[in-house]
Design a binder for this molecule. Structure first.
Ligand code: P5A
Ligand code: ZN
Length: 483
C-alpha cells in the first residue's frame, strides 16, 4: 500500500468526537495511551506514550502536594481485622474488596484485603505515630495502585478495577475546625492542579447519602464530559473523629488531656487523565497542554534530494531546543503528511517544519496543534515557543470553561431538569430535605451531585423555591448524569 493510501485509511478510522464513546476508545490506542486487551476485566496496560503523560501529570500533582505533605508508601495488603473495624466504611466497600485468602495452597490465618483505599492500612500506624499536639498536623500522601471490584460498566481510566495511580492524602489535626480548613485547602490544591491541566471543575458538597463511607462530609470536583455526563475527578472528605475513635488516634492537648484527633483524606485517580484526554481532544486526536505533553515540540524536516542541509539544520534545532523542551525530531522515512497526522494524534502542541526555502531564509514554520501557523526567524524560535505554549494553555482552559458554562442551566421544574441532564448539568433550588433529594433523582432520572459552589459559573440568582416541594430553597442543588 502506498503511504498516501495508508494515510487515508487511518484518517477515516478515528470516529468524530461527537460520537464520544467510540472516539474515546479509539484515541486511547491510536495515541498510544493504553492497551485495553489485557485479559482481566477492568485492568489495562499503560503504553509508553501514555505512561510518559502519566508521569508528567504526576509530577505536577507531586510538586503541589510536596509543599505541605510528606510522601510515604504503605503496604497493599490489609489484615481483615483492621479492615473490618470501622462499620460504615466496611459497609461502603464490602462488595468491592478483593480478598487474598491463600499463601500458595495454605489458607491464611488472617485473610488479607487488597486495599480499595488505604484508611484501614494507614490509621493503625497513625495511632502509633500521633502522641501529642506537637505531632499535629500530620499530613502524608502516597501514589499507589488500589483495587475495587466495580460492578458498574468498567472503562479505561474512568472506572477501573485496578486503579494504578491513586493519589491519596491523609491528614490528622487537633480540632474539627483545623480539619475543615484542610479540606478547603485540599480542594484549592486540586483546583490548581486541574487548572494546570487546563480543566475547569465544579466543586460541590455531596449529599449525605453519597458521601464517602465513614465521612462527616464530602466535597467533590466534577468535570462536564463531551457527552454531557459528569465525571467525579476528585474528592476531599472530612472524617471528623469517626476513624480516630475506631483506630484510637489520640493526642495529648496543651492541658495534658487525651483527645481524639480529627482527620481528613482526599484523593484523585487516573480519571484526571481521562478528563484531560476527553475535554481537549478533537477529531484529529489528542490535544495536550504543553505542561504535560510527552512531546512538546516535534520537528519535521521537509527533505529534498540534494538539500541535505535541511536535515542538518533540523538536527541543530533539535539539539538547541532539547535543552529546554521535550523535543522529537521526526526524520523517519514517511511522508510529511503522515508525520503531521501521527503527531497530531498524539496531541503534540507545536510542530516546527524545516524546508529548503526556510533554510535559505533563515527561518522555520511553527504550527500549533490548535491550527495557528507562522514563519519565525531561527533566532527567535524559543521566544515564539514560550508565547505559543501560554496561548495554547489559556485557549484550552478558556474553551473548556465556555463549554462548561454553556452546559449548565438553571431549571425551575422537574421536567426541565430531566431534559437538561440529557446534555449537561442542571441547577435548581432545594429546601435541603433528603426526601426531596431522593424524589429529585427518582423523577428526573439524574444524579444529585450536591450543593455546588457556583464560583461565577452562573449569573442567575438562586431560585426562591425548592424545585420539588415548593418550600423556601435553602441552597442550590446540582444534578447531572454521572459516569
Ligand atoms: C480519598 C482518598 C477515597 O477513596 N480515600 C483516600 C478517599 N475517596 S473516593 O472518592 O472513593 O476515591 C477518590 C477518587 O478516585 C476516583 N475513583 C476511581 N477512578 C477510577 N476507577 C475507579 N474504580 C474509581 N473509584 C474512584 C474518583 O475520582 C474518586 O473521587
Ligand atoms: Zn423540598
Amino acid at each position: 500500500m502506498s503511504s498516501k493510501g495508508s494515510e487515508q485509511v487511518m484518517e477515516k478510522s478515528l470516529p468524530p468526537k461527537t460520537e464520544f464513546s467510540e472516539w474515546y476508545n479509539e484515541v486511547l490506542w491510536r495515541a498510544d495511551i493504553m492497551d485495553v486487551r489485557y485479559p482481566v476485566k477492568g485492568l489495562y496496560v499503560w503504553h509508553p506514550f501514555g505512561f510518559s503523560l502519566r508521569r508528567n501529570v504526576l509530577s505536577i500533582l507531586r510538586a503541589l502536594l510536596d509543599v505541605e505533605h510528606d510522601e510515604v508508601l504503605f503496604p497493599l495488603l490489609i489484615p481483615e481485622h483492621e479492615f473490618m473495624k470501622e462499620a460504615e466504611h466496611i459497609k461502603g466497600f464490602e462488595d468491592e474488596v478483593y480478598w487474598v485468602t491463600h499463601g500458595g495452597t495454605t489458607p491464611l490465618d488472617v485473610p488479607l484485603a487488597l486495599r480499595p483505599t488505604s484508611e484501614t492500612a494507614i490509621y493503625p500506624m497513625f495511632s502509633l505515630w500521633v502522641r501529642s499536639h506537637a505531632d499535629l498536623p500530620l499530613r502524608i500522601y502516597q501514589i499507589v495502585n488500589t483495587f475495587r471490584y466495580e460492578t458498574k460498566h468498567t472503562r479505561p481510566l474512568i472506572r477501573m478495577r485496578e486503579i494504578t495511580t491513586f493519589k491519596e492524602a491523609h491528614t490528622v489535626h487537633a480540632t474539627w475546625q483545623d480539619a475543615a480548613e484542610q479540606v478547603e485547602r485540599a480542594v484549592e490544591l486540586y483546583r490548581q492542579f486541574y487548572h494546570s491541566l487546563c480543566i475547569p471543575v465544579v466543586v460541590s458538597k455531596r449529599p449525605d447519602w453519597d458521601k464517602f463511607p465513614g465521612a462527616d462530609y464530602t466535597l467533590a470536583l466534577d468535570v462536564l464530559m463531551p457527552d454531557g455526563r459528569t465525571l467525579q475527578v476528585g474528592t476531599a472528605h472530612h472524617l471528623g473523629t469517626k476513624f480516630s475513635r475506631t483506630f484510637d488516634i489520640c493526642y495529648e492537648d496543651e492541658h495534658g488531656e487525651q483527645q481524639y484527633a480529627n482527620q481528613t483524606c482526599y484523593g484523585i485517580s487516573e480519571r484526571c487523565i481521562a478528563a484531560l484526554i476527553s475535554l481537549h481532544g478533537d477529531d484529529r486526536g489528542l490535544v495536550l497542554p504543553p505542561a504535560v505533553a510527552p512531546v512538546q515540540v516535534v520537528i519535521v524536516p521537509i527533505v529534498y534530494r540534494g538539500r541535505e542541509d535541511v536535515l542538518e539544520k533540523a538536527r541543530e534545532l533539535e539539539a538547541r531546543l532539547s535543552e529546554r523542551y521535550r523535543v522529537r525530531l521526526d526524520d523517519s522515512d514517511t511522508r510529511p503528511g503522515a508525520k503531521f497526522y501521527y503527531w497530531e494524534m498524539r496531541g503534540v502542541p507545536l510542530r516546527i517544519e524545516v524546508g529548503p526555502r526556510d533554510v535559505d531564509k533563515g527561518q522555520v514554520v511553527v504550527v500549533t496543534r490548535l491550527g495557528q501557523k507562522q514563519a519565525v526567524p531561527l533566532s527567535s524560535v524559543e521566544e515564539v515557543i514560550e508565547q505559543a505554549f501560554c496561548d495554547i494553555a489559556s485557549s484550552l482552559f478558556q474553551a473548556a470553561t465556555e463549554r462548561l458554562v454553556k452546559g449548565m442551566r438553571v431549571c425551575h421544574t422537574l421536567e426541565e431538569i430531566g431534559e437538561q441532564c440529557k446534555r449537561g448539568i442542571a441547577l435548581g433550588g432545594w429546601c435541603g430535605d433528603e426526601e426531596c433529594g431522593h424524589l429529585l433523582e427518582e423523577r428526573t432520572g439524574a444524579d444529585v451531585l450536591g450543593v455546588p459552589r457556583i464560583d461565577g459559573l452562573v449569573e442567575e440568582d438562586m431560585p426562591e423555591r425548592c424545585v420539588v416541594c415548593g418550600k423556601t430553597a435553602e441552597s442550590w442543588v446540582m444534578l447531572g448524569r454521572a459516569y
